[in-house]
Design a binder for this molecule. Structure first.
Ligand SMILES: NC(=O)c1ccc[n+]([C@@H]2O[C@H](COP(=O)([O-])OP(=O)(O)OC[C@H]3O[C@@H](n4cnc5c(N)ncnc54)[C@H](O)[C@@H]3O)[C@@H](O)[C@H]2O)c1
Length: 346
């Protein structure tokens, strides 16, 4: 799908969240010819502060829920070239506490968007998915997730994202909808809601609060800087062949304990801030992505190293204390206390 020659109209869902807002920023910075409708329900994870500096001529925000057919139809302008679906309930721990909203948004919402794409003749549908749909690899093996790895989701979140992928696949196979699926690992970078592990570690360390580590801390995740992920999504949107799936990973496996220690070291804080807590039920041991297809076919490679990405991330949280303060209030306080048994005092 060649873009950026004439005016391109894109419909981005979940664009007030962490990755969606980074994607919009990247796209608007890259060319002058793209107009984006950003459709987001503004759940606890959606944040208009993430969109403050965007050009209002080319970025149109509409508050709406992807499960609401009429609202989606009304917001989807004529001549929309692509839908990029970031909207989701995205936190595994919350899905363990209650799965309802995950099923509604991640599964039913995706189907509503697929139907709308078909009915309105949208050229392409890109589903932002996750490596978690493929379950867990063993800690010490050298296996990697490929595009043909079996589905084996282990959390309600992962199961809902797996179901969404099946629906996207079905829309392609049954109705010929032009679809792309991208699956990536753990993103990190600016504007990530501080319930997720890395921003939680950074913001707690900045406040000299302990960092909760699940279980023995040896669970492995494959970390990717958010802008590198977004550049891969853009390339997949432009160059991917209809029906393709791409695994996006920066070949950057890290144990949780190592991630937390890197944060503490970067901030000059003591390792005594690490606090081991009861493990997450069903906690996947290791995720590791083989990104060979994306590298070969899309010509994608990450720009940031772990060190440079982490430095940028930590600096952003240091410089945006007010953003952190605002997100760590109200419902977040209650959630944190329920989860870790400690009150957030900042
Ligand atoms: N963060 C990661 O490390 C990661 C890794 C792999 C895949 N993903 C996927 O990337 C996407 C974006 O993740 P994120 O980390 O930016 O999530 P996020 O939680 O920061 O943002 C999600 C956004 O979706 C919006 N949203 C939620 N329910 C909605 C609904 N029903 N209708 C409209 N908008 C709704 C929220 O308001 C929020 O702005 C998700 O689909 C997630 O599954 C994330």
């Amino acid at each position: 799908m060649p873009m950026a020659t004439m005016s391109t109209k894109l419909f981005v869902t979940g664009g007030a969240g962490f990755i969606g807002s980074a994607f919009i920023r990247l796209l608007l910075d890259r060319d002058d010819a793209t107009e984006i409708t950003n459709f987001d329900a503004l759940t606890y994870a959606g944040n208009l502060d993430n969109l403050q500096d965007l050009d209002p001529e080319r970025h149109h925000f509409i508050r709406g829920n992807i499960t609401d057919r009429e609202a989606v139809q009304a917001a989807l302008g004529d001549g929309t070239q692509a839908i990029i679906n970031f909207a989701a309930e995205s936190h595994v721990d919350r899905s363990i506490l209650s799965a309802d909203e995950f099923l509604r948004t991640n599964i039913l919402g995706t189907q509503v968007l697929l139907d709308a794409a078909r009915e309105r003749g949208v050229n392409r549908f890109l589903q932002v998915s996750t490596d978690e749909i493929m379950g867990s690899l063993l800690e010490d093996e050298t296996a990697y997730f490929t595009e043909s790895s079996a589905f084996a989701p282990n959390s309600p979140y992962a199961a809902s994202k797996a179901a969404a992928e099946h629906l996207v696949r079905a829309a392609h196979h049954t109705f010929g909808l032009d679809t792309i699926i991208t699956r990536c690992g753990n993103n990190y970078g600016p504007r990530q809601f501080p319930e997720k592990f890395l921003p939680l570690a950074v913001s707690n360390a900045l406040n000299d609060q302990s960092i909760p580590i699940y279980g023995d801390g040896r669970n492995v995740r494959d970390w990717i800087y958010v802008d590198d992920h977004c550049r891969a999504i853009l390339l997949a949107l432009e160059k991917g062949r209809s029906g393709e799936v791409f695994n996006i990973g920066a070949r950057n496996e890290r144990r949780n304990i190592e991630v937390a220690e890197s944060v503490l070291d970067a901030l000059g804080k003591p390792h005594s801030l690490l606090r081991f807590v009861k493990d997450r039920p069903g906690h996947d041991r290791r995720y590791a992505i083989d990104p060979t297809l994306a590298e070969a076919e899309l010509g994608w490679a990450p720009i940031e190293t772990w060190e440079s990405g982490l430095r940028k991330t930590i600096s952003w949280y240091q410089e945006n204390a007010r953003w952190v303060e605002r997100t760590r209030s109200g419902a977040y306080q209650t959630y944190y206390e329920q989860q870790y048994g400690t009150e957030v005092t900042s």
